[in-house]
Design a protein around this ligand. Structure first.
Ligand code: FAD
Length: 416
């Protein structure tokens, strides 16, 4: 019997197929990777430029291609674009399952993330659909979302990257792009770049346009790697020097860039619900198992109330964040236009920011306690607890800091 919102028959079916896929398709790729001297999916070796080792990247790509072929890669993308058309509540269950079952393994690559298709790209032209969107959904190419700049993160509308119509070019409807982006996930490897740029200075939330930029186009340069505490060699810079962009690669209409960027960012905010529920449950299981076998004074540490309280607090955080997220995603699905409407329903930003801040902060506490239960072992470089603690700290910044989520929640409350 279905007891939870969003736990539909097609979610059950997805989960069954994903479990098989992990064993039959991901397992052999993981075994092959383990034979290489390239590191692991969560702690890859880096090349001399600081980028993810090519063998790890290729293993991820292989999983993405296999997943797309199995119809598991893009459940979050609309059916008209070749995806599964799952609601946000359904996606929370899918994401939770994928994160719980995959842990920190290659299975995580099987679900389209930054590298795959997303709701913003779905607003592209029919020519761009054929050129970019279809291959993204099929796992044949990868994407990056290029919004942040060296001097501009939170203050998106202050960005300096700009584009103008190419009046002297082949067609006066084409565009020319100049500027630079920083902190971009998948900057080193992406085939297509979702770039936001100023096209109408001073027009506020209508001042930006989103472009799909061929990463191999003349004038595009991949810049240096920006090493972060994730140590995955995936974050970097991009430079644009008189890059010509055909009019068909404008996403939506000129001036839609801010709303489209927010659609991408909001997607990442909502994904926190399933991600933190899945990884949180995984960390909790590992902590319970560790407490049962690790002894102190001749007894398992699980018998110590101090350790029991750590476990209980982890459980309380995972349970509360998961329940709040599912509830908010059900509410978002029910809004006019749903979670990705353009324009977005006025109630939506508060709910999305609630999901992000609740999960970012709960998961940080969960990861911290997971380390504590494991003692020194939890601090060992490369252990799942150590890696997820660093990852949990990271989560509070990308896709809008936790302070910005509070701003959005307060705006939502005060506009009523
Ligand atoms: C690992 C990683 C991956 C990333 N991937 C991408 C990506 O793929 N694409 C992309 O475009 N960007 C990406 N980013 C950039 C990320 O989105 C920004 O770092 C984030 O939005 C914060 O911007 P900032 O770093 O410039 O911080 P700042 O904006 O400089 O903020 C600094 C501090 O000031 C606070 N602050 C600033 N303004 C306000 C305000 N108005 N009200 C309250 N507090 C405020 C912030 O909350 C924060 O505490 C990534 C970053 C990291 C670390």
């Amino acid at each position: 019997m279905t007891t939870e919102a969003g736990l539909t028959a097609r979610v059950e079916h997805y989960r069954e197929r994903f479990a098989t896929f992990l064993t039959v398709e991901v397992g052999p790729v993981e075994e092959e990777l383990a034979r290489r001297d390239a590191g692991t999916p969560d702690n890859p070796h880096l090349d001399e430029a600081g980028r993810m080792h090519p063998a790890v990247w290729e293993a991820r790509r292989e999983v993405q291609r296999r997943s797309a072929k199995a119809g598991l890669y893009s459940p979050h993308v609309g059916e008209a674009s070749g995806g599964g058309g799952f609601s946000r509540a359904e996606m929370q269950h899918v994401e939770e399952f994928v994160y719980h079952r995959s842990g920190l393994g290659l299975g995580l690559a099987a679900l389209g993330w930054t590298e795959g298709a997303n709701a913003a790209i779905e607003h592209c032209s029919s020519a761009a659909r054929e050129h970019w969107l279809d291959p993204l959904v099929a796992g044949e190419i990868t994407a990056a979302f290029a919004n942040t700049e060296i001097s501009v993160g939170t203050d998106v509308l202050a960005m300096e990257t700009h584009a103008h119509r190419d009046v002297a070019g082949r067609s006066d409807s084409d565009w020319v792009l100049n500027g630079a982006k920083a902190w971009i996930t998948n900057a080193h490897f992406a085939d297509v770049l979702q770039v936001t740029a100023v096209t109408e200075p001073g027009a506020g939330t209508r001042s930006l346009t989103m472009f799909l930029v061929d990463a191999d186009a003349p004038g595009v340069t991949r810049g240096r790697d920006i090493p972060t505490m994730l140590n995955d060699g995936l974050t970097g810079e991009l430079h644009f020097d008189d890059v010509r962009i055909p009019a068909e690669d404008v996403v939506g209409e000129p001036g839609d860039g801010f709303s489209l960027a927010m659609a991408w960012i909001n997607w990442r905010r909502m994904c926190r619900g399933g991600m933190c529920a899945g990884w949180g449950a995984w960390l909790l299981e590992r902590a319970v198992n560790r407490a049962r076998v690790r002894t102190s004074g001749g007894k398992p540490i699980a018998e110590l109330q101090a350790v029991q309280h750590l476990l209980a607090d982890m459980d309380a955080d995972v349970y509360a964040a998961r329940a709040a997220s599912l509830h908010a995603q059900v509410e978002l699905d029910a809004l006019p236009g749903g979670a990705y409407g353009m324009p977005l329903a006025p109630e939506a930003p508060r709910l999305m920011s609630l999901i992000k801040v609740v999960n970012d902060e709960a998961f940080f506490r969960v990861a911290d306690r997971a380390v504590q239960v494991h003692g020194g072992t939890g601090l060992r470089s490369g252990s799942p607890e150590e890696k997820l603690f660093r990852l949990a700290r990271n989560l509070k910044i990308p896709a809008g800091t936790v302070e910005i989520q509070r701003n959005a929640i307060a705006r939502g409350l005060l506009r009523r």
